[in-house]
Write a protein that binds this ligand. Sequence first.
Ligand code: HEC
Length: 169
Amino acid sequence: MKSVLVIVALLAGITLYSCHSNSSSENDHASENNTSGSTAPSASGTTASMDVNAPSSSQGVGKFNDIQVGNTIDSKMAEQGQEVFQTKCTACHQATAQRLIGPGLKGITKIRTAAWIMNMVTNPDKMVQEDPVAKALYNEFNQTQMTNQGLTDQEAREVLEFLRQNDAQ
Ligand code: HEC
């Protein structure tokens, strides 16, 4: 009787061990696929079918709403925006349609509202968690989170002007 118990205990031990090693190798695999190193399960899978290149009238989530821009481009402001763009954005974005770490930004002002862009630029973490378009983009771009570059409201407005000028050319 005693030896039967020992065998049962051993078998249970072997089964537990093999289960454990299986699940840990699955975890290893999952983290290999995750380029950002952090997981955000809430953002994955829910909006996979959204076309991120389709025009959207969303204002986004954040403090900017219904931002009015002039009919003409303020070239002084656009120039300041270009400086901000070059120092804080070009590690991940190009002003052409070319994809880098993030999307190419040519044409962005044609498919997103001014407020959406300013919310995304000043608070990308909140946008990716709460805005459906930003969530879909996050999934499209291998779950790499755009980093908050700490732009002031004024800098965000200047970058917007630069992007408008970029799209007018
Ligand atoms: C560390 C890389 C990184 C930096 C730096 C970065 N971004 Fe992003 N950006 C991304 C990624 C990746 C996305 C796609 C959404 C996501 O995964 O968070 C994105 C999305 C965007 C979008 C939405 C694009 C679309 O197609 O709707 C805009 C606009 C944007 N970024 C502007 C900027 C601006 C302006 C700056 C500089 C102030 C900047 N980003 C800095 C990585 C970055």
